[in-house]
Design a protein around this ligand. Structure first.
Ligand code: SIN
Length: 312
């Protein structure tokens, strides 16, 4: 028998799987379906100060090894998700929930944080600093100065458990610089990685970009992202304070992929493309594949192998 229990800060989860923000979390009905599955927790779509329609369709396409999307933060507005999360914790007192929010400008983060701080919400808040898909807006976390300004302003007003969603980084100097910055703040977790921003895929029949927004540029997810996700989780685990937990996101299609993200240091693993493509049954399939992998390796708990990657 394996035990899949995991923790982040004071929160305990019976299963390390959750949805990635953006997948199966736009409406209360979708969130309810994740909550009713074997997933250990759930996160809302990143809410912005006002509801958004997002980018024009087609804005998502399945690919051979993953997906490309440029959704553009369609969402029902941050107040909708805060209201859902507060009601959720009343009806599910033992199941923690994540609220995700995204600013359309740097000042939005502290403004929304003030509202969450003043509310009855007792879960975890994920501040998304990494959406690659809003036309004209760069991914914030690639700009260290803006990230620092946002975190300074945020933690002046926000005292509840908080984390940030990061884009992928590709150079060890970037990991060093971002980790040094993050270690200065009372973060409970990071979520690494968002999609590989601004990829491009082409329809072979028509020689046309597969998706409409941004001339076809969009975030790449699925198996394409796995090595980058593993490296980012590993690199941040080696550099962050031990009390900052990591949610590993990216590249999961099998239970072995979940196992490897945990081996690199993830405490929770979130599902993006695989959940979009397979739906809610993905949680049960990946859970049993993870259990089989742990049994084959002789592990009974996640803590026995979390962060235990060996190197040559
Ligand atoms: C989107 O809505 O465009 C995706 C959100 C994200 O990648 O943060």
């Amino acid at each position: 028998m394996v035990n899949l229990r995991t923790t982040i800060g004071p929160y305990t989860f019976d299963n390390p799987l959750m949805n990635a923000s953006g997948v199966h979390c736009m409406t209360a009905a979708e969130l309810d379906e994740v909550a009713a599955s074997v997933a250990g927790t759930l996160v809302t779509k990143s809410g912005t100060p006002a509801a958004r329609d997002g980018n024009p369709a087609p804005r998502y396409a399945a690919l051979t090894l993953g997906s490309i999307n440029s959704m553009g933060l369609p969402n029902k507005g941050f107040a909708y998700y805060l209201d859902y999360a507060i009601k959720f914790q009343q009806t599910h007192p033992t199941q923690p929930i994540f609220l995700s929010i995204a600013g359309t400008g740097p000042a939005d983060y502290a403004e929304m944080a003030k509202t969450i701080q003043a509310s009855d919400f007792t879960g975890l808040t994920e501040f998304n600093l990494s959406c690659p898909n809003v036309p004209g807006k760069p991914q914030i976390a690639y700009d260290l100065e803006t990230t620092e300004q946002i975190l300074d302003d945020l933690f002046k007003v926000f005292k509840k458990p908080a984390g940030i969603k990061l884009p992928p980084f590709f150079d060890l100097a970037q990991f060093d610089a971002m980790a040094a910055l993050l270690n200065r703040y009372p973060l409970t977790f990071i979520n690494s990685i968002n999609s590989l921003g601004n990829g491009l895929m082409i329809d072979t029949a028509t020689d046309t970009a597969l998706i409409r927004p941004k001339g076809g540029f969009g975030g790449i997810g699925g198996a394409y992202a796995k090595p980058i996700a593993l490296a980012n989780v590993r690199a941040f685990r080696q550099r962050l304070r031990p009390d900052i937990a990591i949610i590993g996101t990216g590249g999961v299609t099998t239970g072995r992929d979940v196992y490897e993200l945990i081996l690199c240091g993830a405490s929770l693993v979130s599902l993006g493309t695989v959940l979009q493509e397979e739906g809610i049954p993905a949680f049960a399939r990946l859970t049993s594949e993870l259990e089989a992998e742990m049994t084959a390796k002789g592990y009974a708990t996640l803590d026995e192998f979390k962060g235990q990657l060996k190197t040559l």
